[in-house]
Design a protein around this ligand. Structure first.
Ligand code: SF4
Length: 170
């Protein structure tokens, strides 16, 4: 991912102890990261010439222990093999962008245990305020406009989502 200086809400040490992300029940899960053009350019050395992505741009998975692991996940220590260049969606999570008929909306995924522990709390509210400012930045608007192919519709998971705000410029 291009350097966007996006602060992550969940501390790395918490993520490293959690087995919720980066592995999926279904091989074709919508929760796999979907790479836009900028992510594909950043990860070109990892995805070119193989079948790392499916035709829609989702990261392909590898089956292990009855789950479907993101192919970049190191299951031994739960680390991301492309962390410095991880896809934008991975940096943003547990916040997500969903393409709806009314435009792109920002949600938080309530299934994240850290979110469950920090909602409602001042640090959660502060991070939402930070994200609102983040998405107002000109270079972020340009980045999102260039990477519209990474947006998808999470409406089938509406009960797991809390709507926060809309990105009206998209
Ligand atoms: S790219 Fe890294 S952070 Fe994103 S799902 Fe795969 S292992 Fe997890």
């Amino acid at each position: 991912m291009m350097e966007l200086s996006l602060k992550q809400f969940v501390p790395s040490e918490v993520c490293l102890k959690c087995d919720g992300c980066c592995r999926y029940k279904e091989a074709d899960s919508i929760w796999r990261p979907k790479l836009g053009i900028s992510d594909q350019e950043s990860l070109a050395d990892r995805i070119t010439g193989n079948d790392a992505l499916d035709p829609q741009g989702y990261v392909q998975t590898i089956q292990s222990c009855g789950k479907n692991f993101c192919q970049f996940l190191n299951g031994a220590d739960n680390t991301c093999g492309v962390y410095a260049k991880r896809p934008f969606e991975c940096s943003l999570y547990p916040f997500i962008l969903s393409q709806t008929p009314e435009g792109v909306k920002v949600y938080v995924h309530l299934s994240c245990p850290y979110v469950q522990d920090h909602l409602p709390r001042a640090d959660f509210d502060a991070h939402v305020a930070y994200l609102k400012e983040f998405f107002r930045r000109t270079e972020i608007k340009e980045f999102l406009s260039r990477n519209k192919s990474m947006f998808h519709d999470y409406s089938p998971y509406a009960p797991e989502l809390l709507h926060l705000f809309d990105l009206s410029f998209l």
